[in-house]
Write a protein that binds this ligand. Structure first.
Ligand code: HEC
Ligand code: HEC
Ligand code: HEC
Ligand code: HEC
Ligand code: HEC
Length: 337
């Protein structure tokens, strides 16, 4: 699909079988401690909910679930996305941008060798960060977490699809600070209190179920990326505690994400803490706004200082994405000392 060898593709009928195996083995999943990931809430932000030409992606004949979840992400939309196309207008070297927004296969001659500078595809750029970008090997085989054998195409196991190896895959594009891009991978690497098992994939691709046996036992994860547009996910980015003193109350907000927040340019996070007296009356209020410039670093915390002793504190927080019709309210809690 991108000028490199294509995998040999077979008819759709065979996949009915693979579908059955998947359904039959629902069970335990590999979860990161303290994180509860559900398939993300649907995108409802006025952008195309899914890539218009997703059905042209051949892999989807057999990997329907992967296709449908990927097609609704900004990976699929990385080329068509309005912010991207708008940003290209008037740029002299726009070509240098395309390598991460519509890349060729990222794996090189050897399966574990990833591009240091992804190159742009010549054709089918509308597929953005495509299935092949991440999975295609130089000989046309498809690389995955276990390399489960099939007659439909060659498969091989690659470190790029588990643990720290998958961080390297994500890092090919998420490390640099080019254009408006925030190099989140650098934050992740500097995270001193990283919990065991933390990876980009562990937080951003929800585990769905276990499949396979023995060597090919693996966790199927959703290709739908967890994003701050889903309040359930975003709320987990923050650990909130209340500290009470003689004449003041402090709300401490700790960053639990694997990098700074907000993690994308132009987004804002707004926290409002209201100190309440025993009768529920407002005594004081404080607001904290996190932006691209004034962000909360990885592993760090910030506090809202209320100059009164409160009986309770009402905390509300929302995420503002300028492209959404309205902010996403993700925290609404009453805290008691
Ligand atoms: C090394 C890979 C890479 C290159 C090269 C690159 N980008 Fe990106 N781009 C990304 C990643 C990764 C993101 C996701 C956001 C982030 O991590 O900050 C992104 C996000 C964006 C966004 C934000 C979209 C949104 O939803 O707000 C825009 C706009 C953008 N890029 C424009 C550009 C332009 C213009 C160039 C060329 C100057 C460029 N990019 C080059 C990787 C890249
Ligand atoms: C940004 C890179 C990326 C893109 C794009 C991508 N994948 Fe994946 N894929 C992964 C990662 C990472 C895993 C392994 C997740 C894990 O740890 O279990 C994976 C796992 C898989 C698996 C094995 C697990 C399973 O579901 O049985 C299949 C099959 C797969 N992807 C197919 C696809 C298809 C089809 C597309 C396009 C519609 C696609 N992928 C797009 C990164 C990607
Ligand atoms: C004709 C059906 C068919 C098509 C088309 C197809 N696949 Fe597969 N693929 C399979 C089957 C069947 C398996 C074995 C899965 C299993 O045992 O659960 C598989 C396995 C995989 C694996 C290995 C997962 C692991 O165990 O590591 C990856 C990755 C993958 N496919 C990606 C793709 C991508 C990307 C495309 C499109 C370029 C594609 N496939 C097209 C049927 C297909
Ligand atoms: C080929 C380059 C590339 C690779 C590899 C890549 N990304 Fe991205 N990613 C992007 C670009 C480009 C964007 C922004 C697209 C846009 O907004 O138009 C993005 C956006 C995202 C977003 C924001 C999604 C949203 O809708 O807000 C997340 C989360 C993300 N990537 C996670 C990952 C993870 C996890 C991996 C590894 C499995 C990964 N990425 C691998 C290029 C890449
Ligand atoms: C411990 C969990 C965790 C880990 C590990 C993690 N993230 Fe995140 N990520 C989050 C949370 C929670 C958010 C939402 C907070 C925000 O950005 O405002 C987020 C936001 C993002 C965003 C911004 C999306 C948007 O629309 O604003 C991108 C891009 C992203 N992560 C990429 C990555 C990459 C790449 C890695 C690996 C280096 C990674 N993340 C590791 C939890 C995690």
């Amino acid at each position: 699909m991108n000028g490199t060898t294509r995998p040999r593709l077979r008819s759709v009928a065979q996949l009915a079988l693979a579908g059955l195996t998947l359904a039959a083995t629902q069970g335990a999943t590999a979860r990161l401690d303290g994180w509860d990931l559900k398939a993300p809430a649907p995108v409802a932000d006025g952008r195309p909910a899914t890539l218009a030409r997703a059905n042209e992606v051949k892999c989807g004949e057999c990997h329907r679930e992967a296709l449908e979840s990927w097609a609704a992400t900004t990976h699929a939309l990385a080329w068509e996305n309005e912010p991207y196309q708008e940003d290209l207008v008037g740029r002299k070297k726009a070509e240098s941008c395309h390598g991460c927004h519509a890349p060729v296969a990222l794996h090189g001659e050897e399966d574990e060798l990833l591009a240091t500078k992804p190159e742009a595809r010549k054709d089918e750029r509308h597929f953005g960060v495509s299935c092949e970008s991440c999975h295609l090997a130089s000989d046309g085989a498809l690389l995955g977490p276990t390399g489960a054998p099939t007659q439909d195409h060659g498969t091989r196991k690659s470190e790029s699809f588990s643990g720290a190896g998958s961080d390297a895959l994500c890092a090919t594009c998420h490390r640099t600070t080019v254009g408006p891009v925030i190099g989140l991978v650098r934050d992740f690497e500097q995270w001193e209190t990283k919990p065991a098992g933390a990876s980009c994939v562990a937080c951003h691709m929800a585990p769905l179920r276990e499949v396979g046996q023995g060597e090919t036992k693996r966790t199927v994860r959703s290709h739908a990326l967890q994003t701050p547009r889903d309040p359930h996910f975003l709320a987990q980015a923050f650990g909130v505690t209340l500290e009470s003193a003689e004449r003041s109350t402090r709300v401490v907000i700790a960053n639990r994400a694997g990098h700074r927040v907000p993690g994308l340019i132009g987004r804002e996070l707004e926290f409002v803490a209201v100190a309440l007296g025993p009768d529920g009356k407002e005594l004081a209020r404080e607001t904290l706004v996190l932006t691209t410039e004034a962000y909360l670093p990885v592993g760090d915390s910030l506090s809202l200082e209320l100059p009164v002793k409160a009986a309770k504190v009402a905390l509300r927080a929302r995420h503002v994405d300028p492209r959404l019709d309205k902010p996403v309210l993700f925290l609404e809690r009453e805290l008691a000392p």
